[in-house]
Ligand binder design. Structure first.
Ligand SMILES: NC(=O)c1ccc[n+]([C@@H]2O[C@H](COP(=O)([O-])OP(=O)(O)OC[C@H]3O[C@@H](n4cnc5c(N)ncnc54)[C@H](O)[C@@H]3O)[C@@H](O)[C@H]2O)c1
Length: 364
């Protein structure tokens, strides 16, 4: 029996998502060998010793980990503000890099990171968007490509987190870049995925005409000091006339919901309208009830395995990646324009170079 080669990978960041990634990498991903784990927070070494195989070396310093663990690839699952320098360091050290979204909270830094990645074409660079790796989303993509829904003219989506009484979202807001940048980037990406935004353009550089965003602090009033909202609505008009509209929230009480409606001229397809944890319904004096997924980690649990599988196959066999760095860049431009629109109460138009015109004086 021949054994397949495995990708030696180091995981940096053992927080909420990093801990899930660590378990997948150590026990559920046959094409990857987790050689090292790293986190700067006190106690992370004890968590790693208790939860990961003894062969996984722990590092408290990310550069030391990337240089000295024997890894060929790195997965960066740290706080968003640290992504750009860690991606750059990984690529400079000759490692394939996968990094959680977003690359950065600002577009210039995102551009610099993409230029670095482009200068190292022999290295794989993946920023995965979890909905693209979900089976239901893939099935709808096949229906769209086969023309089963007709001409896709609009996408409506939502991403609604469960309320957190500990105030986590307020603390998180300070570093996250705001709800449109942190959370909306998923909805923007899935809109771009289905709306064929590069077709029918007179100027290929300009994919977006204008965006408008509105928001509220319905529960977490303190978010206003970070220019952030706990409920936000985004409207994006692409240059080919197609429309994306979405609702983001941090105040749902029944769990986490993430819905996408793909609107075609022959049919609509709705994914996860009721984001249930399983197929069980309870029918009683209150009516029909189902249990909602508690968070995105549960709703997209298989995506966090599938994207790693694709990354490993790309690094080991040279297979193509289905999520390009350009997708992360285009989504980041729209997300930062929406955050600006919300903060300043103005619509944001895009110029002929495809860049947002961030002008707060356009107020009526
Ligand atoms: N659906 C998705 O794609 C999805 C879902 C959740 C989170 N994310 C992204 O994943 C990233 C992590 O999110 P999280 O919720 O796990 O955050 P978290 O705050 O729970 O964890 C981040 C961890 O990184 C560690 N860390 C920070 N800086 C470090 C550094 N320089 N070197 C090593 N370790 C460092 C922290 O100590 C912490 O343990 C964020 O960028 C977030 O946007 C993506």
């Amino acid at each position: 029996m021949t054994t397949q080669p495995r990708l030696k990978l180091a995981l940096i960041g053992l927080g909420r998502l990093g801990a899930i990634r660590a378990e997948i990498l150590a026990f559920k991903q046959p094409r990857i060998e987790l050689v090292a784990a790293c986190d700067t927070k006190p106690g992370a070494d004890e968590w790693a010793a208790a939860n990961l195989p003894a062969s996984v070396k722990f590092f408290a310093d990310p550069e030391d980990c990337m240089r000295n663990s024997g890894a060929e690839a790195v997965l960066i699952s740290t706080a968003t503000a640290t992504h750009a320098p860690l991606i750059t360091k990984g690529l400079d050290l000759g490692l394939h890099v996968m990094c959680e979204k977003p690359i950065s909270v600002d577009v210039i830094t995102t551009e610099e990171v993409l230029a670095k990645a482009a200068s190292k074409p022999h290295l794989k660079f993946l920023v995965p968007f979890c909905r693209r790796y979900d089976e239901s989303y893939r099935q709808v993509k096949q229906m769209v490509e086969a023309g089963a829904l007709g001409d896709i003219h609009a996408v409506e989506s939502s991403c609604l987190d469960q309320q957190d009484p500990t105030g986590f979202f307020v603390r998180f807001s300070e570093q996250s870049g705001g709800i449109f940048v942190d959370m909306g980037v998923h909805d923007i990406d899935i809109g771009r995925y289905y709306l064929d935004v590069k077709s029918g353009l007179t100027n290929p550089k300009k994919q977006v005409n204008r965006v408008v965003a509105m928001g509220q602090q319905a529960v977490y009033g303190e978010l206003s000091k970070y220019g952030d909202a706990d409920n936000g609505w985004g409207l994006v008009e692409f240059a080919n006339g197609k429309i994306l509209t979405f609702h983001l929230g941090r105040t749902l009480t029944n769990g986490f919901e993430g819905m996408t409606r793909v609107c075609g001229t022959k049919a609509h397809s709705v994914i996860n309208a009721n984001s249930t944890i399983n197929r069980v319904e309870v029918r009683d004096a209150h009516g029909v009830r189902t249990a909602t997924t508690p968070d995105a980690f549960v709703l997209y649990d298989k995506s966090f395995l599938k994207d790693l599988e694709e990354f490993a196959t790309a690094c080991l066999d040279g297979a193509p990646l289905t999520c390009a760095p350009e997708d992360a860049y285009e989504a980041a431009k729209i997300a930062t324009a929406l955050q600006f629109s919300f903060r300043h109460g103005v619509p944001v138009y895009f110029d002929d170079d495809g860049l947002a015109i961030l002008d707060a004086s356009k107020k009526a």
